[in-house]
Design a protein around this ligand. Structure first.
Ligand code: ARG
Ligand code: ASP
Length: 688
């Protein structure tokens, strides 16, 4: 009787998925298609995902190792973000040809630029292989035995899946913390060439100032082309390769978008943690995020001070500052969002209900167990995060350890040294050394400081004195000395004070922190396997989606503005007019190319759409993803989220979680007016 009563209560308390939340597996499209169609989508399930016929999934790729891209022509033409192609564009740039600054446009196919190491992967198919993966496993086996069963079975599945060769690769991924296993089979292409990129003043317009923000006016795109051998199979770069003919490519919609329109993002979200307990959220929102934000604020202030004094330093540190700043800004939004949503309290209340329900079941005690695991892990994990954010951010230690790693290979060593010193400005590194070690000293409890650190500090009396001495004695401040090192100089490097410091901290991490973290994390993962399963049983009618893990997902929603704060409402579409309003030659992030000013001055382009926001649930890795309309045509390229909604990796709030996309018509505008490369339109197919 009591059980039934509790079950009824649980039923009543079940939270339905909030509108538009969710990153769904394409293979399960049949479970979503009715909802998608109810929201305006006009295609059928097999148009989205099918293994029997060409469908939209065949026009989507994993670009490099952490972005998404989409095919837009029968000749392998591909769109992704500018920030996804950034390192390729940078690698082709030199003082004479600064493609980052000026943009790059191949005017014919023979001008397209090859990119060593860059790959794109098409998903051939995905398949639930839970039973095969667990074959031979029985209750009562240890976790170690279970892992080895999984390893052996996965290996066999992968070998079978790729036996045809031809660029196939496969992996087995755990979903729902190992309650389910899926096989993903990809075809990977290795000859991917750069076709076009706007100048950074368009592709990165707004820079870190506008990053994670709306209203946004960034032309965040770059264009590549996939090449294949003459049989249309993947091949290493060769002059004989020909453009790849995909099974499917997107038609480009020129119809335009408006509030309320259906939007569908098809891409590869990297990582989320939607089903964790209040302890994990509290650690993230109240400990980890604020501490890391404070440390990065110090580092960014130091970089910015010197970048403001010299153009040369600004160029050296712009990419470094951008990457430090990206997570720094995201964490601020995330921390605020978690607080505003009262996620810790919400999760606590949920856990109480879960505990009540779990009484007498195999899930009893699980929440408490997670609680005690977190209590044990957190101090170690925080020390690890401090190690990462402080000591490991010192560039001199990075080059010292990097050089030792490649000492035996002179060419590799010299290349690493050249690359390092090209972008090294010692005064920044010295100040960061002092600031970060002081922070480590004052903010870490004594039992979480390496002995070496304590001894050195005692001997020197202050971090400042230590810093002065180390930078005057280390050979790693002197490029010529590092270049002259030979393969026999291992001992010399190991005696260097920069290397010594690096090594002391590394050993401390390796011997003191890592074993505990790995052990407890293993237990936490295990507990989550049960907790996840328990949550699914606790809320049987809730539709769960697996946390993101860089596998292909579907997120759908609609174009929609939002209110970031009291009295303010943001419209969902931005235009060229807004770029001109922000334009300011004195502010680096807002200094647009003269060509753009001239075009605007001609008149008639005020309403040129630039970006739009929608309610699709996305995360890092979704950058470059196609944004598709109700007819299945391409309307945009996803590239960011709004700041107020960045806690969506943990908790989704339909009122403020918005993804930001480039309006595809702004890409077309750039091809025509900035790149003067309209010949590219000939291979695209337009729909209205
Ligand atoms: N916030 C976006 C993402 O996480 C864009 C990052 C690149 N842009 C920048 N200004 N740092 O990838
Ligand atoms: N900017 C992110 C990316 O590069 C997308 C996001 O976090 O929303 O994938």
């Amino acid at each position: 009787m009591k059980k039934i009563f509790i079950a009824l209560i649980a039923l009543m308390l079940v939270s339905p998925l909030k509108a538009d939340e969710g990153m769904w597996l394409p293979v399960l499209i049949k479970e979503r298609i009715n909802d998608m169609r109810a929201k305006g989508f006009k295609l059928k399930a097999e148009d989205v995902y099918s293994v029997n016929k060409a469908c939209l999934k065949d026009a989507v790729v994993l670009f490099g190792s952490g972005c998404t891209g989409e095919l837009v022509s029968n000749d392998g033409l591909l769109f992704t973000n500018h920030h996804c192609g950034y390192s390729q564009i940078q690698r082709h740039s030199s003082v004479e040809h600064d493609y980052l600054k000026d943009g790059f446009w191949a005017m014919s196919r023979d001008q397209e630029l090859p990119n060593k190491g860059l790959t794109v992967s098409f998903l051939e198919y995905m398949q639930d292989v839970t039973d095969d993966v667990l074959k031979g496993y029985s209750e009562g086996m240890t976790e170690k035995q279970r892992d080895s069963v999984i390893r052996v079975n996965s290996h066999a599945l992968v070998a079978e899946a790729v036996k045809e060769g031809k660029g196939l690769r496969a992996n087995v991924e755990a979903l729902y913390y190992g309650n389910q296993y899926f096989l993903f089979v990809f075809r990977t292409f290795r000859d991917v060439r750069l076709v076009g990129a706007p100048p950074s003043s368009i592709g990165k317009f707004g820079g870190d100032t506008d990053n994670w923000m709306w209203p946004r006016h960034t032309g965040d795109f770059s264009i590549f082309r996939i090449y294949a051998d003459k049989d249309n199979n993947p091949a290493d770069y060769s002059e004989d390769n020909v453009p790849y003919h995909p099974k499917k490519f997107f038609k480009i919609s020129t119809k335009g978008v408006k509030e309320g329109d259906f939007t569908f993002v098809y891409g590869c979200p990297g990582s989320t943690k939607e089903y964790v307990t209040s302890d994990e959220v509290e650690y993230t929102g109240s400990v980890s995020d604020p501490r890391k934000i404070a440390l990065r604020t110090q580092r960014l202030d130091i970089m910015k001070k010197y970048m403001g004094q010299s153009q040369a330093v600004r160029i050296q540190y712009s990419s470094k500052a951008a990457s430090v700043s990206n997570a720094w800004k995201k964490w601020q939004g995330e921390e605020k969002g978690i607080r505003r949503m009262k996620t810790v309290a919400q999760k606590k209340a949920y856990q109480e209900r879960f505990k009540e329900w779990a009484r007498g079941t195999r899930y009893e005690g699980l929440v408490e167990r997670l609680e005690s695991l977190y209590a044990r892990r957190n101090p170690y994990y925080l020390a690890y995060e401090y190690y990462n954010e402080t000591v490991r951010s010192i560039e001199l230690l990075q080059i010292a350890s990097g050089v030792l790693g490649v000492l035996k290979n002179k060419a590799a060593k010299d290349a690493a040294v050249e690359a390092f010193f090209k972008d090294y400005y010692q005064p920044i590194d010295e100040e960061i050394f002092t600031a970060m070690l002081k922070a480590f000293d004052s903010q870490m409890p004594d039992e979480f400081k390496p002995e070496y650190f304590k001894e050195k500090l005692k001997a020197y009396g202050s971090v400042e004195k230590w810093q002065k001495d180390l930078y005057s004695k280390s050979m790693f401040t002197d490029k010529q000395k590092v270049l002259s090192l030979t393969k026999d100089d291992t001992e010399l490097v190991k005696k260097d004070p920069a290397y010594e410091l690096y090594e002391a901290f590394y050993n401390w991490y390796f011997n003191t922190l890592r074993p505990v973290i790995n052990d407890v994390n293993g237990q936490i993962r295990l507990a989550y396997r049960d907790y996840m399963k328990g949550q699914m049983e606790f809320e049987p009618q809730k539709q769960f989606y697996p946390d993101a893990n860089l596998t292909l997902r579907i997120a759908y929603g609609n174009i929609k503005g939002y209110s970031p704060s009291d009295g303010v409402y943001y419209k969902p579409v931005s235009t060229l007019k807004g770029i001109i309003e922000k334009d300011n030659p004195d502010i680096f992030d807002y200094n647009i190319p003269q060509a753009l000013r001239d075009i605007y001055a001609e008149g008639g382009h005020e309403d040129q759409p630039v970006c739009f926001i929608a309610t699709n649930h996305t995360t890092g890795g979704n950058s470059g993803s196609p944004v598709i309309n109700a007819d299945g045509n391409l309307i945009g390229i996803n590239f960011d989220r709004v700041w107020e909604g960045t806690m969506s990796d943990i908790v989704y709030d339909p009122s403020v979680c918005r993804n930001i996309s480039l309006d595809i018509r702004y890409l077309l505008f750039n091809i025509e007016h900035i790149g003067h490369a309209s010949y590219l339109f000939d291979e695209m197919v337009f729909a209205d």
